[in-house]
Design a protein. Structure first.
Lengths: 99, 505
């Protein structure tokens, strides 16, 4: 029983906005399968007394005072943008013509 | 602007055939000095992309750090909404591709909101008088706002048919608290007013807490309306629509009513409600279809690895709880009792959003009745004329209190007082400046009044005869002459008194 199905890989590709040919998807599925199986071995080791964690450091409540720091200028902010207009980032059409 | 018009069912037929199930999501933009995860300013209306930095632009290597005041605000709002506060919770990434989020994910909270399981009592008007309804709160969680896009080409400002879009990231990363209600059922015809009342009460609460300016027209408080209908006597939930960004209290009620009528007509015709996002159009009062709603799992939420968990200390939470301000409902009850006004009058004050300004005017020494008269009368009329909120009219409660004091002292007549208010609104300075500048003042000096009366009497011997003969109404001619001579500044009542005394009538 593979850890991930071809349909799931195809769905993930759609969500990630990746336009991948079928043979590429098949290869990715096999590779992802190996990754998932490898990761799954962790859950065999982790007993019930080990809580799942999202962060390696035992830290909580790392906060910043609500004090203004200098921002970039608009020129700096826009300097790496492929296209700009009126001090704003210009981006391609957002919606397809489906609506 | 025109939109494809959906058929609507008659309101009474909707109520006869269906029960609405309402869910509200309100985004509160916090009034912090800086953004949620970086030190950029949050000022509204700044030049585009002047309040951004590597963190909120998602430049490689930049890391977020949580704003302490934002967390405190979230805890305080949670407490005010009678929620439990999580002892430990995390941020999560909500993944989606949309140019208003430069990271391609929004940092939010998923299954571990900072506050959950609360309630808020709201008052709805019914034909049988006001009724208190308890709205259950599912959760209140922290997240960051998105950038602001404007769409170019196609129909004015709309995303559909646009050729391209322009994005300003000043708003991206401003802290938000999203408050989500549990489904509200069994409310029938009350649904629109209940939705409005909830958003209004939440807004009042946020203002009382001082965590946001809660200006709906500037988007610092935004409401999404989830609504579905189910057939009466059928125990099955219908499919819901989510109407986004309903940005005034009146529109909240209108959007609920509209969706009930639209879905009713659709279902009655054998159609099916699509689970989708709909856009509210303030100008035409309709909703139109937006993108169909992605399923929750499509966002691929996962714990934000760049941030450590938030674990509010229990003692700190209790400290914040004990320092909560008076709740808006308590304040309304107290002020209503203090002012001695009826439910009806109080409702009028609330609908005019005049509570705070009247309270402040009274605090500045004005009589409650006079303060209400000014804000609910002349000033409400002017605000309405100029289409601004009372607070934005350009006259402060202290100015109004001063005008009231001048009237009470007999220095100004009502007519003059209105002229003084006009002057203040025209930027001529304080009420006293206007009085001096425009030379407005009741001529209080009886000696000069008597001189003017003597002249008028001498000039109108025939009128004086009539008055002496008992035709008291003729006195108006003399009073009028005196008012004219004093350029309208004399107190007419005093002039009449002096005249009668002089003539011995």
């Amino acid at each position: 029983m593979p850890a991930i199905t071809p349909e799931e890989v195809a769905h993930l590709a759609v969500l990630a906005r990746l336009d991948l040919p079928a043979e590429h998807l098949a290869r990715l599925r096999a590779e992802l399968d190996i990754i998932l199986e490898s990761v799954a071995t962790v859950s065999e080791v982790a007993a019930d007394d080990i809580p799942p964690t999202s962060h390696p450091l035992p830290l909580t409540n790392v906060f910043r005072a609500d004090v203004v720091q200098p921002s970039l200028t608009a020129e700096q902010a826009l300097s790496a943008a492929p296209a700009t207009e009126s001090g704003r980032f210009r981006v391609p059409r957002i919606l397809d013509d489906e609506s | 602007m025109t939109h494809p018009t959906d058929p609507l069912m008659r309101w009474d037929d909707v109520l006869a055939g269906f029960d609405p199930v309402l869910g509200l999501e309100v985004h509160v933009e916090l009034g912090t000095q800086t953004k949620m995860f970086c030190g950029c300013r949050t000022e509204f209306g700044a030049a585009p992309n002047t309040q951004t930095c590597p963190t909120c632009l998602a430049l490689p290597g930049a890391l977020p750090v949580v704003n302490a005041v934002a967390v405190e605000s979230a805890v305080r709002l949670g407490l005010a909404l009678n929620c439990s506060i999580a002892s430990w919770c995390r941020f999560a990434r909500k993944n989606y591709f949309y140019p208003d989020m430069p990271k391609n994910y929004q940092v939010s909270q998923y299954d571990e909101p900072i506050a959950y399981g609360g309630w808020l009592d709201v008052e709805v008007p019914t034909p049988d008088g006001p009724r208190i309804h308890r709205i259950e709160i599912e959760r209140a969680h922290m997240e960051e706002d998105t950038g602001k896009s404007s769409h170019v080409g196609g129909e004015t400002g709309r995303i559909q048919g646009a050729e391209y879009s322009l994005v300003d990231y000043n708003r991206a990363g401003i802290p938000l608290i999203e408050v989500v209600t549990k489904p509200i059922e069994g409310i029938g015809a009350l649904a629109p007013e209940l939705a409005r009342a909830f958003v209004g009460e939440l807004r009042a609460l946020v203002v009382a807490l001082g965590i946001s300016d809660a200006h709906m027209h500037q988007g610092s408080l935004r409401c999404d309306v989830n609504l579905s209908l189910r057939r009466t006597r059928v125990d099955e939930l219908g499919t819901r629509s989510e109407t986004k960004n309903v940005n005034s209290l009146r529109s909240v009620a209108r959007a609920v009513r509209y969706e009930m009528q639209r879905q009713g007509a659709l279902l009655e015709a054998g159609g099916r409600v699509v689970q989708e996002t709909r856009h509210w159009h303030e100008d035409t009062g309709v909703t139109t279809s937006g993108r169909s709603k992605e399923q929750a799992e499509d966002y691929r939420y996962f714990p934000e690895p760049d941030l450590v968990p938030v674990a509010p200390d229990a003692a700190w939470v209790e400290e914040l709880r004990s320092a909560l301000p008076e709740m808006p409902a308590d304040r309304r009850r107290r002020l209503q009792a203090d002012w001695g006004v009826s439910d009806l009058e109080m409702t009028a004050v609330l609908n005019a959003d005049a509570l705070a300004v009247i309270e402040a005017t009274i605090a500045d020494g004005a009589d409650p009745a006079a303060a209400r008269k000014w804000w609910m009368g002349e000033l409400a009329r002017l605000a309405n004329e100029r289409d601004v909120e009372l607070g934005q009219l350009g006259i402060f409660p202290a100015d109004v209190a001063r005008v009231i004091a001048l009237v009470e002292a007999g220095t100004l007549t009502d007519t003059m007082a209105r002229a003084v208010v006009d002057g203040v609104l025209a930027g001529e300075g304080s009420p006293d400046d206007v009085v001096t500048g425009r030379g407005l003042q009741v001529v209080g000096d009886d000696v000069s009044l008597l001189a003017a009366i003597d002249e008028a009497v001498a000039a109108n011997p025939d009128v004086v005869e009539k008055i002496r003969a008992g035709k008291v109404t003729a006195a108006g001619v003399i009073v009028g002459a005196v008012m004219k001579a004093t350029r309208g500044q004399a107190d007419a009542a005093r002039v009449r008194e002096l005249l009668m005394a002089k003539l011995g009538v």
